[in-house]
Ligand binder design. Structure first.
Ligand SMILES: Nc1nc2c(ncn2[C@@H]2O[C@H](COP(=O)(O)OP(=O)(O)OP(=O)(O)O)[C@@H](O)[C@H]2O)c(=O)[nH]1
Length: 321
């Protein structure tokens, strides 16, 4: 419906058939009442509903004398998402129709709404909305989006431990490194590798090994900060990036983890399986052009822990406190 459409139809009726105007008005009403879409008209200043077709009345009830926000949204005042301000330009003339999608708060269904200012029979500009139910399409879109997000999350997650996987670690790690550079803050990394893990697998079975890895994942999630980036980057090798953290704090964190691991024997079938890890720590310095160079220093330090007997913590010497 466009501005001035009602008077046009009525005058066509008079010219073409000489029939009385009401039959055309009734015809128009019949058309509107048989549309598979909501059509309503409300005033800009008082939000009063001037018209609502049968589709709308069947869902939202009688409209006479009601405000649009009360009848259509069961609200206590104008809706926060009201589009009225988009329908008129600064000169107070109608803008092009505004099309948007919205979930109605009363029937919870999704609608594509086409809102525009039209000239009403008394000459004033009013709001007209035509809203089509798009719930099925929207549900499909939302399900697709959720599946996509789930797949993306799965592609970044280590299935066994629930921590980030290697890919996610490098992706988020690069971001953390750029942020540290931009803000001039420190960034440390702790790498650790479980000691003699092959013996756990060989002695208790692969499932027992998996239970240990899962427990390590739990402990990292429980003890880490929200901003930490903890990942399983290899079979029994883990890495944590600690934004805004210097080497002293990182060493303290590694000490806490080392202690937790020693205490956290895994109960698996009648057996209590003890485990330890060898740690290496490094902190970002000016020469680190890439995340890899920070990690390779942490790896070197971890290797020292392995070499010197395992269940140890080493801070890379190039790291400043
Ligand atoms: N259960 C289990 N074992 C794994 C997984 N990924 C790797 N492993 C095992 O981890 C073990 C790693 O053995 P090694 O590289 O010899 O290292 P290690 O026995 O921990 O010895 P050090 O690192 O020198 O202390 C191998 O037995 C792998 O099969 C996994 O997802 N689950």
């Amino acid at each position: 419906m466009t501005s001035g459409s009602s008077p046009n139809i009525i005058s066509t009726a008079t010219i073409s058939g000489g029939e009385t105007t009401p039959s055309y008005a009734e015809g128009l009403t019949a058309i509107l009442d048989n549309l598979d879409a909501l059509v309503y008209v409300s005033t800009f200043d008082t939000y009063e509903l001037l018209y609502m077709n049968a589709y709308g009345r069947n869902i939202w009830g009688a409209f006479d004398g009601k405000k649009c926000w009360r009848a259509l949204q069961n609200g206590d005042g104008p809706c926060s998402f009201c589009t009225n301000h988009l329908l008129l330009n600064e000169k107070g003339e109608p803008n092009a129709p505004h099309v948007w999608e919205f979930q109605n708060t009363v029937d919870q269904r999704w609608y594509q709404c086409r809102d525009q200012a039209i000239r009403w029979t008394d000459g004033r500009l009013v709001r007209m909305e035509i809203a089509t139910d798009i719930t099925e399409r929207k549900q499909m879109e939302l399900a697709l989006k959720a599946a996509q997000e789930k797949a993306e999350a799965a592609a970044m997650t280590d299935e066994l431990t629930g921590l980030h996987n290697r890919r996610a670690f490098f992706q988020f790690g690069q971001q953390a490194m750029h942020q540290a550079r931009r803000q001039g803050t420190s960034l440390s990394t702790i790498m650790f590798d479980l000691d003699h893990f092959k013996l756990i697998n060989d002695g208790h079975g692969h499932e027992a090994g998996d239970a240990v890895l899962r427990r390590v994942g739990e402990l990292l999630r429980e003890k880490g900060r929200e901003s930490d980036i903890a990942a399983r980057i290899g079979g029994e090798e883990f890495a944590i990036l600690l934004p805004d953290t210097g080497s002293t704090e990182a060493t303290e964190m590694a000490q806490r983890l080392s202690l937790l691991f020693r205490k956290a024997t895994i109960a698996y079938r009648e057996n209590a399986i003890p485990f330890t890890a060898s740690f290496g720590i490094a902190t970002l310095n000016e020469q680190d052009a890439r995340l890899e160079s920070l990690l390779s220093r942490a790896d070197e330090a971890m290797y020292q822990s392995k070499k010197q007997g395992r269940d140890l913590i080493h801070l890379h010497p190039a790291t400043r406190v």
